[in-house]
Write a protein that binds this ligand. Structure first.
Ligand code: PSV
Ligand code: MN
Ligand code: MN
Length: 409
């Protein structure tokens, strides 16, 4: 470390020791945080108004892995990549798996896509047409097969199913069809596989969405069994929703399976993680760390086995730097949450000290964790500033030879 950062870190360590924080534990946790990046986050994306094509965007799933590998090399935090089928359809999934391993990665969650074919306009697993429902279920089963070939242990399900008008469809029948499809897919899972069920309050359906909130996803998962859990996408709630409360509730039920991190201001904006809502991200980590100290082993185990994933695909910023920014923002908020003294918070809560307890949580958020992040990155032999390291690496110039018109959703 440089002289300045050495001194800053020494001071930081002293300050934390005084607050009763075990800094070695904090460093271990920080190093252990792994976040999956999405293959589709490296491709072109857009709003419904326009897809802006970028130079150097990957032309196939293999090039997406190349880009994801760079993010992992610079951050040390992203060893797995989620794939979306058929966006990442290849002839030989064994080859995709080997390629991932050859660039230092593994394939993470497999995401079936039952929303982009004309057949699915009025629903996939909830369509009134039994042949379309069958087709959608077959795709889910095909994805379980893909999981086996790529060595994935998570099937991540999001359904665009919904309606635009009152009376358009039979809501309860659709609920039943959805559950039937999930049950058939659940049966196909191997014992090491999780099914993650994602909800979203609207879009593309503007009147109703079949899995509109955490309660519906929770109910579906609870009926299926222990391998089914809920996935919280931070962009999928109505404005003002207390997302960290949902997180704590699901943790307490042993049903929080994973996250899709991204930032939102208005709806499902899919922006860089922590760009508009850093305090929310911090408070989510607070709930998780709190649960990891619970007396109930199920709650502790759930908190330790969360699949952290990014789901961002924005249209204006360059892809790899955007991903690096998201990882850095997650690490910053996680680092801050690790500085909460839970014994202090619990003691203040027990005394009903409203302001004292609020202060004990917020004051950790207000700390500067730069010296800590610098030290942890250095100890792992990583660049202390991954963004700068990327910009200076020449990789962006190197991939310019791919030209324009890469993959997009
Ligand atoms: C839907 O908005 C979603 O969050 C789901 O996770 C999809 O798989 C992903 O976005 C597609 O971009
Ligand atoms: Mn998502
Ligand atoms: Mn989304």
């Amino acid at each position: 470390m440089g002289q300045w950062s050495d001194r800053a870190y020494a001071l930081f360590e002293e300050q934390q020791a005084e607050r009763g924080i075990d800094i070695e534990w904090v460093k271990g946790r920080l190093t252990g945080l792994k976040v999956e990046t999405p293959s589709w986050g490296y491709g072109d994306s857009g709003t419904r108004f326009k897809v802006f094509k970028k130079v150097g965007v990957p032309r196939n799933p293999f090039e997406k892995l190349d880009d994801a590998a760079v993010v992992h090399q610079l951050t040390g935090a992203c060893p797995t990549v989620a794939i979306h089928i058929p966006w990442d359809k290849v002839d030989d999934y064994g080859e995709l798996r080997s390629y991932a391993e050859s660039v230092g990665l593994r394939i993470g969650a497999v995401n079936p896509n039952v929303f982009q074919e004309d057949d699915y306009m009025l629903g996939s697993v909830t369509n009134a047409d039994p042949q379309i429902r069958r087709k959608a279920i077959n795709h889910l089963l095909e994805c379980v097969d893909v999981m086996k070939q790529v060595g994935s242990d998570a099937l991540s399900l999001w359904f665009a199913d919904g309606t635009n008008y009152p009376g358009q469809a039979h809501l309860r029948r659709r609920k039943q069809w959805l559950q039937e499809a999930l049950a058939e897919t659940y049966q196909a899972l191997s014992s090491n596989m999780k099914m993650l069920i994602e909800y979203k309050f609207f879009e593309p359906g503007f009147y109703h969405t079949d899995l509109a909130d955490w309660g519906m996803a929770f109910n579906a998962a609870a009926k299926l069994g222990p391998q089914a859990e809920v996935l919280v996408d931070t962009g999928h709630h109505a404005p003002g929703t207390n997302v960290e409360h949902i997180v704590s509730y699901l943790l307490d039920e042993g049903k929080l399976g994973g996250f899709h991190f991204n930032s939102r201001k208005y709806a499902d904006d899919d922006l860089i993680v922590g760009s508009t809502n850093p305090y929310e991200l911090f408070l989510i980590f607070y709930q998780i760390l709190e649960a990891s100290r619970d007396v109930n082993p199920l709650v502790r185990e759930t908190a330790e086995n969360i699949a952290y994933m990014i789901d961002q695909s924005h249209s204006i910023e360059p892809k790899i730097p955007a991903m690096i920014r998201s990882i850095a923002n997650i690490q910053t908020q996680y680092a801050k949450a690790l500085l909460i003294n839970h014994d202090d918070v619990r003691a203040l809560q027990a005394k009903n000290d409203v302001l004292g307890a609020e202060n004990a949580v917020r004051s950790a958020f207000e700390m500067d964790v730069t010296p800590l992040l610098t030290a942890v990155r250095e100890e792992q032999g990583l660049p202390v500033d991954p963004m700068r390291a990327f910009l200076e690496s020449g990789y962006q110039e190197h991939i310019a030879s791919r030209g324009i018109g890469g993959s997009s959703w």
